[in-house]
Design a protein around this ligand. Sequence first.
Ligand code: HEC
Ligand code: HEC
Ligand code: HEC
Ligand code: HEC
Length: 496
Amino acid sequence: MSKLKLLLTGSLAAIVAMFFLVSNINAREAERVSLNQVQGIPQNASVNSEWAKYYPRQYSSWQKTKDSDDLEDMVGKKPQLAVLWAGYAFSKDYNAPRGHYYAVQDLTNSLRTANPKDAETGPMPTSCWTCKSPDVVRLIEEDGELNYFTGKWARYGGEVINSIGCKDCHDPKTAQLAMGRPYMDRGLASAGMNTFADSTHQEKRSLVCAQCHSEYYFKATDNNGKTAMVVTFPWKNGLTAEGMEEYYDEINFADWTHSISKTPMLKAQHPGFEMHLTGIHGQKGVSCADCHMPYTQEGAVKYSDHQIRSPLETMDRSCMNCHRESEEKLRGIVKQKFDRKEYLMEIAMDNISKAHLETARAMELGASDDELKEVRTHIRHGQWRWDYSIASHGSFFHAPEETLRLLASANEEGQQARIKLVKILAKYGDAEFIAPDFSTKENAQKLAGLDVEKLIQEKLEFKRTLEQEWIKHAKARGLYDAENQKNIDDKSSFYR
Ligand code: HEC
Ligand code: HEC
Ligand code: HEC
Ligand code: HEC
């Protein structure tokens, strides 16, 4: 081939490539702009399928959160949990999180919510629905926040029916990111942070998750003579484990009294947002959506993948735009972080479980509350730090150093309790005491004083009766999303 021909072919190829590149960029830019424009306003916006015709890609990727249906019985896998949470509903039943699609079903099936008979019976307050459904945003709009937080969980059984979806994170009128849970702005303000509206776009890409993936407690608040249980973020002293511990200690707060050791306990919920902020990605300004909702290219169209799940399943889109290592190498690093967390976590869980059981033995032998005061403070703080460090699951990756630091601190508190307990047990003549075996779910739940078979039978009765009435109510109210309810996976830790 002559030099001239070579040059000509080369230039032609370059021109063609340039043409495609430019048209591709134009198409993507046009799409990016149009995606952020209103394509229609969904009516009845807490029903997710109402959004489908306007935003088909976001909708169908959101629907795929259905694929994450594995149910992992954590109390079965880590029986220490039943001892650690003795006297608290989590000792009955606790599963690892699965897709957003299942949030309502999983809460309804949990033995924790038990078997209410009607709108007035407990045990749980309405607040338990708060991080499960776009119907909550609707109810807060319709009934007012304080009224929403008043009464028993069963009060809203027929009203909260659609699982985590569009209206949880978007304004139906503009499709922009939105936050319909006012308690979050109060939490941010108490910590001296910007409210949602004043935050940057990049911050909002995490804040929509923080509505639910944060530590909270129910603050008893007067509502015209009735008590509202208002979801509250304990952030006044900072978004750290120690800051929140101090906050709870200052107001003398306890989530429950431990049924074995009689310790006034704290339950960490899932401080995923707070832990993320302490990690390297959080500190570098990477948002939850950057990893969990990566941009996806479909032909010329670019959109956010709404199948929120483990980013390890989407590493090419979630990690590789920032990292140069191979996927395999990164995956290996993540696995190592997980194993290190497991190692320290197991030791902490064993130590603190034994501290509860040794305290019970000391009480049995006659030790007074006064003698056990320091022991119980160590247990309270140790268990809080253990729970805080791992309750949000992804923490081993989001903030590995902070996770390990808290687990070390939990172990130190657990050890301090046990050293003091040896002295007390020796004083009462049982220095050789060895805590009973809690290595199986059955043993551990027995130590927690639970009759699980009875709880299961009661739950099944609830599913045959009141739950059916809720479904009828939701249908009559036009809230029932037939498309997304059909074939919903109804499994639980106790039946499949
Ligand atoms: C309205 C509350 C709420 C919002 C908002 C929310 N989540 Fe969740 N998330 C939950 C609940 C509840 C579960 C557990 C569901 C279950 O197990 O049934 C969960 C589960 C998850 C899981 C586990 C999924 C799996 O397949 O195992 C991930 C990951 C997750 N959320 C990330 C996010 C991210 C990222 C955001 C923000 C873009 C977010 N969530 C926003 C409440 C929420
Ligand atoms: C847990 C929060 C969450 C839920 C649930 C959610 N979205 Fe989104 N959505 C986001 C985030 C975060 C973005 C990225 C926004 C940005 O950066 O501008 C987004 C982006 C969008 C966009 C803008 C274009 C794009 O793809 O980036 C549309 C439209 C949209 N979502 C529609 C929906 C619809 C429809 C549903 C329900 C089927 C839904 N979203 C559910 C958080 C959510
Ligand atoms: C928006 C860019 C961005 C994305 C997306 C991102 N990272 Fe990173 N990652 C960083 C930055 C920045 C650092 C800090 C180190 C540095 O500055 O080089 C980092 C650090 C790390 C480290 C080392 C720090 C540590 O904690 O030990 C690991 C491992 C890592 N990332 C894994 C991942 C994985 C896995 C994903 C996908 C799930 C991911 N990253 C997604 C930007 C990103
Ligand atoms: C740099 C990427 C990255 C960022 C940023 C990030 N995550 Fe994650 N997240 C991960 C990885 C990786 C895992 C571990 C997944 C696994 O073990 O399969 C994870 C795990 C989780 C889990 C546990 C899922 C499960 O089923 O156990 C939740 C929930 C979660 N993240 C929520 C969030 C929230 C909320 C934010 C923001 C506050 C956030 N993540 C920010 C990468 C990220």
